[in-house]
Design a protein around this ligand. Structure first.
Ligand code: AMP
Ligand code: MG
Length: 491
């Protein structure tokens, strides 16, 4: 079979618009070859949405693409340049272990980045080996797909292959490559790179590219770059509110991990909170709690201020005017976040319309949950099912008082209790990727090459609002443990 035929069979329909940006934004580079690639998981549903044929992707030629052993026709692989504030410190970064293979144009005409993560060193690798271990790549697969099913904008995962080469981390682990699918990989850090090391024309080219790709309406605006800033802020306010509403902690909200598309990106040290505690942090290196649950909205605004700074020369000819336009836009973040959070909390408690006292009702419930260390997901699940379980919080008089206020509020609305219940059911996931479940799946994969636990978990998480009997066992909490759950960056 010729190269061309096999490309057609898989359905690759590639273009690389990013490669038409000024060269300062990337380095052309092919992936390193994998010695003995094996397909571990393939996301057949996503493949179909992309216009790809699963059967061909599972074949030798298909796997060769995921393994970096074959560049499909029409692809222009490249490593993207970007910078970023990591824990507040500014660094030059770039794709140190990832390559943008190209952009797949779907049958609907949408454009998605196809990126290999773990495909070898690039000029941006610094001291890294350019590789990834199977555990963390499967972790990204599981959690990103769970986020998508939760209705949260996110990069997606198409496939994971093991490479046949072991890599060295704390222990020796099987090397792997994740194929990531994203609306784009343009980050706040990409603009920081342009503003610091590029010319004004290069910065403008990046801004125009971002507008064309994600915010075409801004091109029609009298002030396109102000509109770009406002639009990015709006999407992030909405996104971070969604994280808060399911107890998702990103864990490494560096500016290079904030995508301008408004998708969640970078599933390194992220995790879902069990017991509600606003100070929750999982990441092993976040000793100061910079990226703790309660800090996520504030950090979001901080990152967006860094983005706004990069745009200043484009916002207005006069610097003072540009600064004031940027400040005004940034000020809108808190207000929009608050609006989305309130709307989301109303959904979680089955409330229609708005009452002045709603926010106090939400705050008081969260205070009770915090005090009694109530599980975040299971509390809202139990309220949805209308059968508060035998927990410290549900047995407390504080909760009984709160419940009376909640029932009274529900009683004042026109909508039926049935409608209220349905709203709750569609707002409160019955299941989330529980840390101990994810760990069990990764352990089976890394030590026994048993991927069935991962596949079952991914399947169960694909319909989090279903409230089916099979989901029941996945709502179990971890055994009490003396060690706090820990997650790791750059694994
Ligand atoms: P991350 O923590 O995944 O956002 O990565 C931060 C930066 O470190 C990015 O520039 C990555 O490309 C780079 N990086 C992370 N792991 C590796 C690795 N094993 N080899 C080379 N670069 C890496
Ligand atoms: Mg990153």
């Amino acid at each position: 079979m010729s190269e061309n035929q096999s490309t057609m069979e898989a359905g690759w329909n590639l273009d690389n618009s990013y490669a038409r940006l000024p060269e300062t934004f990337y380095t052309l580079q092919n992936p390193a070859a994998s010695r003995a690639p094996k397909l571990v998981v393939l996301n057949e549903k996503l493949a179909a949405e992309l216009g790809l044929r699963a059967e061909a992707l599972r074949g030798e030629e298909g796997i060769a693409v995921f393994a970096g052993n074959r560049v499909p026709d029409g692809a222009t692989p490249l490593a993207q340049a970007y910078a970023g504030h990591q824990f507040g410190h500014f660094n030059m970064l770039g794709d140190g272990r990832a390559l943008l293979i190209s952009e797949q144009i779907t049958p609907q005409g949408d454009r998605f980045d196809i990126q290999l993560k773990g495909s070898g060193v690039t000029p941006y690798s610094r001291r890294g080996d350019g590789r990834a271990a199977v555990g963390p790549m499967l972790r990204e697969y599981i959690i990103s797909e769970a986020m998508s099913a939760l209705g949260i904008p996110t990069t997606r995962s198409l496939a994971v292959v093991t490479t046949g080469t072991e890599i060295i981390r704390d222990t020796v682990q099987p090397g792997a490559i994740l194929t990531r699918v994203a609306a784009s990989h343009i980050r706040v850090g990409t603009f920081q790179y342009a503003a610091n090391w590029g010319s004004l024309e290069e910065l403008r080219a990046l801004a125009d590219y971002t507008i064309a790709r994600h915010y075409p309406e801004a091109a029609e605006d009298e002030r396109p770059y102000v509109r770009l800033l406002q639009s990015v802020i709006s999407r992030q306010a909405k996104l971070i509110a969604k994280w808060q509403l399911v107890g998702f902690i990103h864990g490494v909200m560096n500016t290079d991990n904030m995508a301008l598309s408004g998708e969640t990106i970078d599933y390194g040290p992220c995790a879902f909170m069990d017991a509600y505690d606003p100070a929750t942090v999982f990441s092993s290196i976040d000793s100061q709690g910079r990226y703790a649950y309660r800090n996520q909205p504030g950090i979001g605004a901080w990152n967006l201020a860094r983005f706004a700074e990069t745009l200043l020369p484009l916002l207005h000819e006069t610097e003072a005017e540009a600064v004031s336009l940027a400040e005004e836009a940034i000020a809108g973040f808190a207000e929009q976040f608050h609006h989305h959070w309130l709307t989301g909390m109303r959904g979680k408690l089955g409330l229609f319309g708005e009452e002045e006292a709603d926010e106090a009702l939400f705050d008081d419930l969260l205070r009770l949950m915090h005090h009694h260390q109530a599980d975040f997901t299971n509390t809202f699940r139990a309220l949805t099912l209308g059968k508060p379980e035998d927990t410290a919080m549900f047995g407390s008089t504080g909760f009984t008082d709160w419940q009376e206020r909640w029932q009274a509020r529900r009683g004042r609305q026109q909508e039926s209790l049935e409608a209220s219940h349905l709203l709750m059911k569609s707002s409160n996931p019955a299941i989330i990727p529980r840390n101990h479940r994810v760990e069990a799946a990764l352990e089976a994969a890394a030590s026994q090459q048993d991927y069935s636990v991962t596949e079952k978990l991914v399947a169960v998480l694909s319909n989090p609002f279903a409230y089916t009997p099979e989901q029941e066992e996945y709502t179990d909490l971890p055994e009490p443990s003396s060690c706090r759950y820990r997650t790791y960056c750059g694994t």
